[in-house]
Write a new protein. Structure first.
Length: 214
């Protein structure tokens, strides 16, 4: 989602030109591999990014042959995305009627977003409704599980990990079980999870791949 805002702009994330998220190194290779598995014809290589930030992922997808539409509630992020390369970028959020505004897509990508939203079921329904029947969502979020949670506690990292003083920071902490429940509740078929960034039991993030049934 980007760096925390400056003191003079507490109402949104503030993005810098061309700033790459620290998650790119361990999230993007798996995301790109999942999209490559779809083997879509060129005219159907259309993707929607929920939470595009400054557009660096969308621009990379564009270089890989995808036509990308991205939204983010951060005006500074969308401004940088528009300057950074091709694609359609608008200020909006997952709480808006996105399919009514933008239509539906074969692919929706949303990386490190669901941990920030107050209404995750609304978010999940929006992602689902943005997909064409048979479309695929690729969603990532920091991973939580028994051994990682235990390690955080034993190392005295609870405060720094849960970032209570981070404006616009993480407010939901997902496991594979809870994210699976969220996605299946709204109708998704969950295809698989990847744990990335470290060994599986201490993974930094997890990537869910889910399909809207035909």
């Amino acid at each position: 989602m980007g760096p925390p805002p400056s003191d003079d702009c507490r109402d949104e994330y503030v993005y810098q030109p061309g700033h790459f998220p620290h998650t790119a190194g361990y999230l993007w290779p798996t995301v790109f591999a999942e999209l490559d598995r779809l083997v879509l014809p060129a005219k159907r290589r259309r993707a929607f990014e929920v939470g595009c930030g400054n557009g660096v992922l969308s621009h990379e997808l564009g270089r890989r042959g995808w036509a990308v539409t991205g939204i983010d509630p951060s005006q500074s992020g969308v401004g940088e995305a528009r300057k950074g390369g091709p694609g359609e970028f608008q200020v909006a959020s997952a709480y808006d009627d996105l399919p009514g505004r933008f239509g539906t897509f074969p692919v929706v990508v949303s990386l490190e977003v669901v941990e920030h939203v107050y209404d995750p079921r609304k978010y999940a329904r929006t992602v689902y409704s943005l997909l064409e029947p048979g479309g695929v969502a690729v969603i990532s979020t920091p991973y939580h599980g028994y051994w990682k949670n235990l390690a955080i506690a034993l190392c005295g990292k609870f405060d720094s990990h849960h970032t209570a003083l981070w404006d616009h920071g993480h407010i939901k902490f997902w496991s594979i079980a809870t994210l699976t429940q969220l996605l299946t509740e709204v109708g998704f078929e969950v295809l698989r999870f990847h744990r990335v960034g470290r060994m599986a039991i201490l993974a930094k993030s997890m990537i869910a791949v889910a399909r809207r049934p035909e």
